[in-house]
Write a protein that binds this ligand. Structure first.
Ligand SMILES: *Cc1c(COP(=O)(O)O)cnc(C)c1O
Length: 397
C-alpha cells in the first residue's frame, strides 16, 4: 500500500524534473539588498526581491525590531483572542487603516491568510464572487473555501467581466463582489480599476483588491492601486502584505469598514486558529510606515529606476510585459530556456529567477526582474549589459 504511494510520488517528482520544471532553491548568505552574497561567497546583483523600497535591511527598522524584542519578548504564543493581542497589534491596525483610508483593519501572519480568510465569512451560497483568472493563488484558494457562486473572467478583460456580472444577475445573486489583484505580479500590470469601478457601480457590486505589489510605493503617497487611479474610497475590501515593500519580513492584513473587520475577527479562520504576529515584526512594520509616510524620495527613486530600466531592456529587443511597475517580466516562452538563462545570468553576477508552469501558464516562461529604489544607475546598467550578453549567447537577441 504505502509502497505504491511512495512510488507514485517518486514518479511525479521525476516528471517535474524531466519537464525542466523543478525549482532549485539558491541559498544566500547576506541580508536582502541590491547586492547579495551567495553561499559560495560570490557577490551578485539582486533583481528578484520584493524589497521595493529597500527596507528589508534598513537600520531604523532593525532597531525597532531589536528594541521591541527586549521590551515585549520574542513570541506571543497565542492566537489574538486568547492572550495574543499586544498594544502594538492594535496600533498597527489603526495605523494601516488610517494610511490606507479605511475604518478598520485586521492583521494576519501572511497575506496568504488574509485572502484565505476573507471570503468564507462574508459570502454565502446566494452570493456571487467574480474573479480575474490570473488572481493570486491565495485568492483562488480563499474563494474555493466558500459556497458562493463563482465566476472567472478573462484576465483584465472588461467585456468578460461584464458577462460574468450579467450571469450573476441572471442567477439571482444576492451580493456580488469583483475580485482582483491590484498589480498582477507575474506581468507587472495594473488591474483596470477605473473600468472595474464603473462596472461595479452599474451592477451594484462590491470590489476586493489585493494590493501586495502596490502598498507603500504605488500612487503618489504609496497608498496603492486605488490612489494610482485617483479612486480612493472605491475599494470595499483591501488586502496587503508586510512581506514586500513594508520591510519584507511577514504579515498580512485586510482593511474594510468596521463591521466587516469585526465580523472577520469573529469568524475568519486563519485569524482565529493561528498564532499572532511577533511584536518585533509589528513594531518594525510601524517604523516601515513612518518611512513610507515621510521619505517620499524613495518612491521617486523607484519610479525613476523603473522607467530607466524598462526602457533600456526594451531597447535591447526583449519582449517586456507590463505597465509602469518595477516588476519587469522578460518573456522567453520555454521553461528550459528560462532556467538556462537564469543560470547564465547568475554566472555573470546577476541574480534573477525564471518563472514557469505552474506559477505562470504553460509556454509563457519568463525571467521576472524587479527594480527597487536603492538600485544605483551603474547596477541597472550592469544588469542590462549582462542581459545583452546572455541573450546573444542563447541566440535570443
Ligand atoms: C505575495 C502575495 C501574496 C502573499 O503574501 P504573503 O504575505 O507573502 O503571504 C498574496 N497576494 C499577492 C498578489 C502577492 O503578490
Amino acid at each position: 500500500m504505502s509502497k505504491s504511494f511512495y512510488s507514485s510520488i517518486d514518479k511525479e517528482v521525476e516528471n517535474i524534473r524531466n519537464e525542466g520544471l523543478f525549482k532549485e532553491e539558491r541559498h544566500i548568505s547576506s541580508p536582502q539588498q541590491t547586492e547579495i552574497n551567495l553561499i559560495d561567497g560570490q557577490k551578485v546583483l539582486n533583481f528578484c526581491a520584493n524589497d521595493y523600497l529597500g527596507l528589508a535591511n534598513n537600520d531604523e527598522i532593525k532597531k525597532a525590531a531589536r528594541d521591541t524584542l527586549e521590551t515585549d519578548g520574542f513570541g506571543m504564543a497565542s492566537v489574538r483572542f486568547i492572550c495574543g493581542t499586544n498594544d502594538l497589534h492594535q496600533k498597527l491596525e489603526k495605523r494601516l487603516s488610517r494610511f490606507l483610508g479605511y475604518e478598520d483593519c485586521i492583521l494576519y501572519v501572511a497575506c496568504f491568510d488574509a485572502n484565505g480568510g476573507l471570503f468564507e465569512p462574508l459570502f454565502h451560497a446566494e452570493d456571487a464572487i467574480i474573479s480575474d483568472e490570473l488572481n493570486h493563488a491565495s485568492i483562488i484558494d480563499g474563494i474555493r473555501l466558500t459556497k458562493a457562486m463563482r465566476f472567472r473572467y478573462k484576465h483584465s478583460n472588461m467585456q468578460s467581466l461584464e458577462e460574468c456580472l450579467l450571469r450573476a444577475v441572471d442567477q439571482g445573486a444576492r451580493h456580488k463582489v469583483i475580485v482582483t489583484d491590484g498589480v498582477f505580479s507575474m506581468d507587472g500590470s495594473f488591474a483596470k480599476l477605473d473600468s472595474i469601478v464603473g462596472l461595479a457601480k452599474k451592477y451594484d457590486a462590491l470590489i476586493m483588491v489585493d494590493d501586495c505589489h502596490a502598498t507603500g510605493f504605488i500612487g503618489k503617497q504609496g497608498k496603492g492601486t486605488a490612489e494610482y487611479y485617483g479612486l480612493e474610497g472605491e475599494v470595499d475590501f483591501l488586502t496587503g502584505t508586510l512581506g514586500k515593500a513594508l520591510g519584507g519580513a511577514s504579515g498580512g492584513f485586510t482593511c474594510a469598514n468596521k463591521n466587516v473587520i469585526d465580523l472577520l475577527k469573529q469568524r475568519s479562520r486563519p485569524y482565529l486558529f493561528s498564532n499572532a504576529l511577533s511584536p518585533s515584526i509589528v513594531s518594525a512594520s510601524l517604523k516601515a510606515l513612518d518611512i513610507v509616510e515621510t521619505d517620499h524620495e524613495r518612491r521617486e527613486r523607484i519610479n525613476e529606476n523603473t522607467k530607466y530600466f524598462r526602457s533600456k531592456m526594451k531597447n535591447l529587443g526583449y519582449t517586456i510585459l507590463g505597465d509602469e511597475h518595477p516588476i519587469t517580466p522578460v518573456m522567453l516562452g520555454d521553461a528550459k530556456i528560462a532556467q538556462e538563462m537564469s543560470k547564465r545570468l547568475l554566472e555573470k553576477g546577476l541574480y534573477a529567477i525564471g518563472f514557469f508552469f505552474p506559477v505562470v501558464p504553460e509556454g509563457k516562461a519568463r525571467i521576472r526582474l524587479q527594480v527597487n529604489s536603492e538600485h544605483k544607475k551603474e547596477e541597472l546598467d550592469k544588469a542590462v549589459t549582462i542581459f545583452e550578453e546572455v541573450g546573444k549567447e542563447l541566440g535570443i537577441l
